[in-house]
Design a protein around this ligand. Sequence first.
Ligand SMILES: [Cu+2]
Length: 543
Amino acid sequence: MPLSRRHFLVGLAATWATPLLPGGQKLAQADSVAVLSGTAFTLTIAQTTVNFTGAARIATTVNGTIPAPTLHWREGDTVTLTVVNELTETTSIHWHGLILPYDMDGAPGISFNGIPAGSRYTYRFKVQQSGTYWYHSHSGMQEQTGLYGVIIISPAVETIAADRDYVVQLSEWTDEDPYKVFAKLKKQSDYYNFNQPTAVDFFHDVAHDGLGAALDKRAMWNQMRMSMTDLADISAYTYTYLLNGKTAADNWLGVFKPGERVRLRFINSAAQTFFDVRIPGLGLIVVHADGQPVEPVTVDEFRIGPAETYDIIVTPAQQAYTVFAQSMDRSGFACGTLAVHAGLKAAIPAPDRPEPLTMADMMGAAHSTVAVHHAKTEYGANVDMRVDTPRTNLDDPGIGLRNKGRRVLTYADLRSLSGVMTDERPPGRDIELHLTGNMERYSWSLDGVPFAESTPIHFRYGERLRVIFVNDTMMSHPMHLHGMWSDLESPDGQVQVRKHVVVVQPAQRVSFRVTADARGYWPWHCHLFYHMHGGMFRVVVVA
Ligand SMILES: [Cu+2]
């Protein structure tokens, strides 16, 4: 490749900071991402020229960088964050997964008016939790153009022993204007999807299944207006995948000494990409999910949806390892290196072959006995499929990760430590919502109602309720409720793990409990950026 892939940030003075975490271990951040500690912060949002692909482009940055500075807080502190808007449009920062008053949540038009061009806004709130979180813009297309950073909150007492502590923030970059990306998806939803079945696949099917079966399969899929390999609506055709703001060629490096316990804080800050993460040669001990402690579970690989976080402990012994994060559609990957010193590299695995969706991804479970309640509003032009027999299995690693011979994390493996979920009341009522869409129109909705046509959902202040999501689409949706936890239930209705994002797989039904202990107006949406913009968004009122 003749062009330099070095990613330069105009006007950036390299910032180094290595604050000490309680217990003495260093928070060792990648070389170009600043770590800001304390209780008072100034975050200046501006346009900055970047170059990830060989072409200079304008990004939306905080203090001049992508990712934005890592903010290091302490549980119990009150933090003050002054956000200075040097853009020519309104901006905002949403503190993802944080428990705070609704007018500090940072969603323009819902919790506040946004921060107009040329003005500043001061957020102030008490930090009531600890763990790994992140922040991002909730305005326009700014999250896709670079406005995202990590929040690390040290607990009063650290319970996870580690010799080193690294952030591994995954994201993606496009040289295209995100408004144009969205317009292309509206016009042709499979624009970026090159995994469409081809004539070659068809003849393979004929050879394998016979002509009749192959034709039936085609006819069925054509009738469903879906493609068998519709795994992601945006691919590496436009995306460059990043790890701590670095391309694979730039190769982020985390240094260790053999035998050390290394904590890796994985954050998926991508707008539209699920990543499948593994570090060949290392067992990954999952200790936190969405910032909250879980019973440790050892896996070879995990899938991380947009906005989810997982903290992992590894104990590397060799000289070098590759941190490998392939996109769910297998069109590309982000990667970096863990090594005993700079200059060492391990082999980079080949991406897996994309796998077609199965009947279970489309229809759910053939003999499911769960009752589904389709809303009347689901019968209209906004909805192109409905699942009548959803599956409830949480132990499915998902499309592309089944039967790979690797131990893959599933939601069934995640159990909060005792003391995390304290509201033991049974839910007083159920709210059932269906995740719906029309792929051809690239229209996304809840119960067939896109945000523009919706009215708020009401939670009674103080109530404990059960939310049931039924995914009537063939895509996974990472659903994020602001301001309150989503306590995921097992298929038999027992609370299992506390999350702030619940990924609902195709044709799956999941349930979780919410304690409506936060008054005000809260967004509730799919964290796939273009699904949110396409209408999969609601406002919740807690009163
Ligand atoms: Cu979605």
